[in-house]
Write a protein that binds this ligand. Structure first.
Ligand code: HEM
Length: 460
């Protein structure tokens, strides 16, 4: 009897191996003429040279700047090839397809992400995502966003008082923690009507902001370490235990009105878990991303005094300035998708299960799209006369298609309101001894902070 069982198991294993090798051979043929990214290890793929997302992003950026491919690939442990779009044509085909879900599965970053933010809008797929996106879209209606202007102004007033105090002795200040507290304050006020002027008073970093920062670092380290993909290994490591502790303490009993009152066609609302997941998702997605965008905007204002002058004077110019910040610094540097159905891209048909990894820096710094001067900071790129012939899929800071950013208008309004008030009150300049270095994680942070001087202008 045991012999029969053994034979059946062996046959099954053999069959699985044959199927695997056959599929792998097919994939190899499919990827034959798709360029392989620089520094690719035959077994570890990019993970050998890049132990963090920042290094991976830098390798991809360098590759695209030198080779200028429309797409490229890397392999994960010889098993899974990932396709990386880097030109507007390929992005159009991928983002225009219906139902290209977020990547969960054994190596999927969104499975690991969901252990932190829950199964909210950012990480969920299928019917659940569809329903919740429909229920939450009214929260971003023009009329609702309009009413937030008062909140943005209140938040930036507190921000300016705090930064003004910190710079009173003429020293430069790392503005990133101040900005993070301010964008968190905005989310709490707009999303949950939680009005607490003390959020920005914190001399040390706010514990929630500290936890988000650390969780982001741990998550991205895990994404690049295949040994930690398996939950039972990861959660036995010191970092896995820390991740679990931080991510379970994030749950708040506060909730958004719109989440509680939302009903689908059958009259059903969201469950308590769904509401908590969405609160967690929105707090993270709404504050960390805009903190990055505002932080790098302030830095660019300090770097380029002439641009600062124009932002002070012209509203239209400010919009172009913010777009250039979003292109140049890419606050959300990476996303990942997986095909649910076959998809034909550039004439090649990829099977369901195909990984599509998106490195926005590669697109936004592709010289074939943005020119040889892609590393120069030029808001004029976004003047209407200079954007006329630009492919709409060349600039995608908020992603595109079904899974685009639901909060993009909210974010643009908040950033505009913030900057226009700050430049009227202060002259901003950089600290020559402490240049800021972008560092890609879940969002693009600064490696050692963003040190700036804020000098009161005489008249504002
Ligand atoms: C400059 C600021 C922002 C940037 C650059 C940004 C960028 C993005 C990007 C690239 C995605 C796609 C992510 C992925 O596929 O993994 C996304 C999704 C999302 N964003 Fe934003 N975002 C910003 C601000 C906001 C704000 C203020 C909110 C909420 C108030 C928000 C809420 C969300 C949500 C809920 C999703 C998931 C949408 C879905 O899949 O249906 N974001 N964002």
């Amino acid at each position: 009897m045991l012999v029969y069982v053994l034979i059946i198991v062996l046959c099954w294993a053999l069959w699985k191996t044959i199927v695997f090798l056959w599929r792998r051979q097919q994939q190899k043929q499919l990827f034959n003429d798709i360029p392989l990214v620089f520094d690719h290890h035959w077994f570890w793929g990019l993970a050998k040279k890049a132990s963090n997302v920042h290094d991976a992003v830098e390798i991809q950026k360098r590759f695209v700047a030198e080779v200028r491919p429309k797409w490229y690939c890397s392999w994960l442990l010889l098993i899974e090839p990932a396709l990386f779009p880097s030109s507007p044509d390929v992005f159009r085909e991928v983002y225009s397809a219906i139902d290209v879900p977020k990547r969960h599965g054994w190596s999927g970053p969104y499975r690991m992400f969901a252990a932190w933010v829950g199964d909210g809008l950012l990480t969920s797929n299928g019917k659940k995502w569809e329903r919740n996106r429909r229920l939450l879209t009214p929260a971003f209606h023009f009329d609702i966003l309009k009413s937030y202007v008062v909140v943005y102004n209140k938040v930036v007033d507190i921000f300016m008082d705090r930064v003004g105090e910190a710079c009173a002795d003429g020293r430069s200040v790392d503005v990133y923690p101040y900005v993070s507290r301010a964008t968190l304050d905005t989310m709490l006020r707009c999303g949950m009507s939680y009005m607490d002027d003390g959020i920005q008073n914190n001399k040390d970093q706010h514990p929630y902001v500290v936890a988000i920062h650390r969780l982001g670092t741990l998550l991205m380290e895990r994404v690049l370490n295949p040994v930690h993909y398996l939950d039972f290994i990861y959660y036995h490591t010191a970092k896995g235990k820390e991740f679990r502790k931080l991510s379970t303490s994030r749950r708040s009993k506060d909730f958004l009105d719109i989440l509680i009152t939302a009903r689908d066609d059958s009259g059903a609302g969201l469950t308590e878990t769904e509401i908590m997941d969405e609160v967690s998702t929105f707090l993270f997605a709404g504050h960390d991303t805009t903190a990055s965008a505002i932080g790098w905007s302030l830095y660019a204002l300090g770097m380029y005094p002439d641009i600062q002058g124009k932002v002070r004077e012209e509203f239209q110019y400010t919009t172009c300035f913010i777009k250039e910040v979003l292109r140049y610094y890419c606050p959300v540097p990476a996303q990942s998708r997986v095909l649910a159905h076959p998809l034909t891209v550039q004439g090649k048909t990829f099977r369901p299960g195909q990984i599509i990894d998106i490195g926005m820096n590669s697109l936004h710094h592709n010289p074939a799209v943005w020119g040889e001067d892609h590393n120069e900071f030029q808001p004029e790129r976004f003047f209407s006369k200079n954007s006329l012939h630009r492919d709409p899929f060349a600039f995608l800071p908020f992603a595109a298609g079904q899974r685009n950013c639901i909060g993009q208008n909210f974010a643009m309004n908040e950033i505009k309101a913030f900057l226009s008030v700050v430049v009227r009150r202060f002259t901003i300049s950089t600290d020559p001894d402490r240049p800021a270095v972008p560092y890609a994680e879940v969002t693009t942070r600064a490696k050692d902070g963003i040190y700036l001087h804020f000098q009161h202008r005489r008249k504002y």
